[in-house]
Every structure is written in C-alpha cells, then in structure tokens.
Design a protein around this ligand. Structure first.
Ligand code: NAP
Ligand code: HSE
Length: 443
C-alpha cells in the first residue's frame, strides 16, 4: 500500500480567522484526509504575542513570532496568511510564493493594493494564490465568478459586502441607536477589521469591490478611483425618513459595465433600497450579492459575510483546493506558467465619468427654519437641473433649525456633487448635507 502524501500547513496569524481555521481543520481532518487521500499536518503557526491566551491549544514548539520563517520553511507546502494589513502580510505572501508554495489568503486589503504583484509572483515561481475568504465571508462567491459563471460577462454586480456595516445598520434601525453604540458589539463578535474605520468608512467594501472587479473585468480599480462613502454619518432619523418613503438603508458596492461604450464604474455608498427588495431584507452580519450575467441572468448569493466560522469555512475550501493542486499537479512549477490567470483578460475599458453615472438621490439638510430657505435650496438644485421629487420637513434641535429631506428625480454624480458644494456654502444650511443614493435595481 502506498504511504499517503503528507501536506504540511503553516498558519500565519492566529486571531479570529486563524483560530477558526485551526479549530475546524483539527476537527474535520480525519474526514478530509479520507476524502483527499493525503495526511494533513498543521505544522507551524505564527503570532505577534506568544503569551496571548487563545481558544485553541497549540503545542509551544509549533508557535513562533517569525511569520517569514513559516512562509519560507521548506517543510511547509501551504501557507495561510491570516495576519491582515499590507506590510508583514505582503512579505509573507510574496516570500511563500517565491518558494513556489500555495498561499491561502483572506486579505482583501492586500489583494487590492498588491494583487498584480502577487499574481505575477505566483506565475513566475509556479506558486498558487487562493483567496475565497477575501470577499463575502462564507459565501463561495469567488468560485461562482471564476468557475460557475465563466461563460458570462457581467453588466452589473451589486450587493452588501461588509458584515460589520450590515450588522451595525440592522441594529441601528432596530434599536434606534447611533452607529457608535453598536460598533463595539461588532468588534466583540469578531466581525470588524483590526482598524474598524476600514469597515465603517467603506474602505473594506471598496477592497472587496476591487477584487470582484478584477475577477469580473480583468482590471484593477483602486479605491481612490471609486466613489467611496461609509455609514458613519447615517443617523437613526435617516432610517425613519427612509421608512416613510418605503425604503431601507444598506451599504452597497455597485459595479457596472457598459459593454457598448466600454465604460466601467465601481462605487461604494449607503443606498436606499425599496423595503420589498430581497437585498433590503438581508440583515445582521449577512452579505448579499446580486450578479447579473449576460448568459445565466441574475444569480443571488446570501450568507454570513464575516466572523470566525464562516471565514474559516472559506479558508478551508481553499486549503482543499490547494491539496488537490499539490496532489495532482506535482509539476506545478511547469504547468503554472501555462495555467490561465485568476481573472479574465482585460477588455478595453475606461472608468465612467461622473456625468455618466446616473441615479436618484436622498438629501438630508439641517437648515434655519425661516422664510425663503426652501426657495434658496430649490434654486441651488435647479441650477444643476436636479429636479426635486419629494420634500419632508420636520422641526429639529437646536430651536430655530429644521430638518429637510429631499428626494430627487434622475440626475448624475457631477450635477449632484456640484449641488452639494453650493448647498454647503449657503448660510441657511447649518451642517454638512448628507447624500444617500436611491437604488433602482430590478432584481
Ligand atoms: P485578527 O483577529 O486581528 O488576527 C490577526 C492575527 O495576526 C493575530 O493572531 C496576530 O497575533 C497576528 N499578527 C499580527 N501582526 C503579526 C506579525 N507582525 N507577525 C505575526 N503575527 C501577527 O484578524 P482577523 O479578524 O483574524 O483577520 C485576519 C485576516 O482575515 C485579515 O486580512 C482580515 O481582513 C481577514 N478577514 C477577516 C474576517 C473576519 O470576520 N474577522 C473575515 C474575512 C476576512 P496576536 O494574536 O499575537 O496579536
Ligand atoms: N470586517 C469584514 C466585514 C470582515 O465585516 O465584512 C469580512 O471580510
């Protein structure tokens, strides 16, 4: 009888995700070994602080603070980079790939910033880079785009990509509480990034949108090239206003591609969705992504977008793929050069200018409650041909102030941007206006 091949795994980072991977892999290892016909060995792990108490028991001899030593250890075949950030994580990833190893990553910030370099390093050295856990937590969305929907082009992909923000928005609406009161809970539950501003200011969603754009359209769009707005200025009152208009509020990534003009647009912003829309009903840590394919039509993916178990599930699915690659592709170094890359070849495309990004808007203004104010606001909108669809006015603190909520008919990003700047300069406008987009998605 042949001795089964031993696959040695190194885990860099044993925080929320790393401990989840260690826990579940230890539990299901016999079953995976039987299915894969190999022996799996959790060989080494790296952390920042070896004395920190952890929920999994790791023999002291397996634990190090030297992540690069794990990444380049000749006895390790697969390296899981679960540190986060773009510094040590980049060294670990490139170091392991340069040794021809398989790297499994959950790190969307790293892929967004250094993806081109990472994929090129993998190609050059015959390594493999797998990243199912980087977008939408436990939903196998990367596989769906790369494999299940390979026959399609994608005019529209949109959805909720950040579990922390969806959890916060859901709790804000249910508890009538400000976002700052809920953020601590999301951190406690292991949903938030080490730097939680990445979540609430929309950057984490932008990183994920960038990864999806690369997979769907073969081109890198960086967050600084997108509209990126977070949830930090939304108040419980906005949920009441939205509800009065028949909407819920979700932080969405929206990726559109016009295959006639070649224009691509990638944006992240809180969005009013009709309460009856399926994505508006997705609550808590769940993500929901709608993918419109030109062949398959629309497919919708819903599942836990963050947290230890959901993310570990995605990492382990990559580990299983990694084992198959190592098992069936012993000549990986030669064949990797011939394998198709992770994304489709970039077709000619350019970013849509703001005047081509059209939509309807929700504007909340705090104004002085005096005669003529509404006329001044209406004049500022009319100057940019922004047409008002509805107005709700209510009294607001301090005395003498009023809250004005306007919705508009179809306009575009250039016109609404100019309007906002004009409104901010009016003396009757007492605070920076809040702008939300209204989502007109059919499915
Ligand atoms: P985390 O809880 O902060 O864990 C990070 C781990 O990395 C900790 O074990 C930390 O060590 C270790 N570490 C930090 N700097 C290090 C260094 N210089 N050398 C060695 N180890 C170092 O983060 P996480 O939530 O598990 O997230 C990990 C990655 O997964 C990130 O890229 C994140 O974006 C991604 N992700 C997270 C989730 C989620 O729900 N949490 C979901 C999807 C993707 P100590 O424990 O000793 O401090
Ligand atoms: N902080 C991220 C989120 C983790 O809340 O979605 C999952 O990528």
């Amino acid at each position: 009888m042949n001795t089964p091949m031993v696959i040695r795994i190194g885990i860099c980072g044993l925080g929320t995700v790393g401990q989840g991977v260690w826990k579940h892999l230890s539990r299901i290892r016999p079953e995976l070994e039987a299915r894969l016909g190999v022996k799996l060995e959790l060989t080494r792990a790296s952390v920042r602080d070896r004395r920190k108490k952890r929920s999994v028991t790791i023999p002291a001899g397996k634990l190090t603070t030297d992540s690069l030593a794990v990444a380049t250890d000749p006895n390790i075949d697969i390296v899981c980079e679960l540190i986060g950030g773009t510094t040590v994580a980049r060294d670990v990833t490139l170091g392991a790939l340069a040794c021809g190893k398989v790297v499994v990553s959950a790190n969307k910030a790293l892929i967004c910033k250094h993806g081109a370099e990472i994929f090129e390093t993998a190609r050059r050295h015959g390594g493999h880079f797998l990243f199912e856990a980087s977008v939408a937590g436990g939903i196998p969305l990367i596989k769906a785009l790369r494999e299940g929907l390979v026959a399609n082009r994608f005019p529209l992909i949109y959805g909720i990509l950040n579990g922390t923000c969806n959890y916060i928005l859901t709790q804000m609406e249910e508890q009538d509480a400000p976002y700052s009161a809920i953020l601590g809970e999301a951190k406690q539950l292991g949903y938030a990034e080490a730097d939680e501003s990445l979540d609430v200011l929309g950057w984490d969603t932008a990183h994920k949108a960038s990864v999806l754009t690369f997979l769907a359209h073969g081109t890198w769009v960086k967050p600084e090239q997108m509209i990126v707005e977070g949830i930090d200025r939304i108040t419980p009152g906005d949920f009441k206003n939205a509800s009065a208009l028949g909407y819920g509020i979700k932080l969405l990534a929206v990726i559109t591609r016009d295959f006639t003009t070649g224009e691509l647009s990638v944006r992240v912003h809180p969005t009013l969705l009709p309460e009856s829309h399926v994505v508006a009903k997705v609550s808590g840590v769940f993500n929901a992504v709608s993918v419109q394919g030109d062949v398959a039509g629309t497919t919708l993916y819903i599942g836990r977008g963050a947290g230890q178990d959901a993310t570990a599930s995605a990492v382990i699915s990559d580990l299983v793929d990694a084992v198959s690659l190592l098992k069936n592709d012993r000549r990986a170094f030669i064949t990797a050069r011939k394998r198709p890359g992770p994304a489709r070849p970039a077709l000619a495309c350019r970013l849509a200018p703001p005047e081509h990004i059209r939509g309807r808007y929700y504007l909340r203004l705090t104004v002085s409650d005096e005669p003529g104010v509404l006329a001044k606001i209406a004049t500022a909108l009319a100057a940019q041909h922004v047409s008002i669809a509805s107005v709700i006015q209510s009294a607001q603190e301090p005395a003498g102030a009023a809250s004005l909520v306007l919705t508009t008919h179809q306009s575009d990003e250039r016109a609404i941007g100019t309007t906002l700047r004009r409104l901010s300069r009016l003396s009757c406008v007492l605070e920076k206006p809040l702008l939300l987009r209204i989502g007109d998605f059919s499915e």
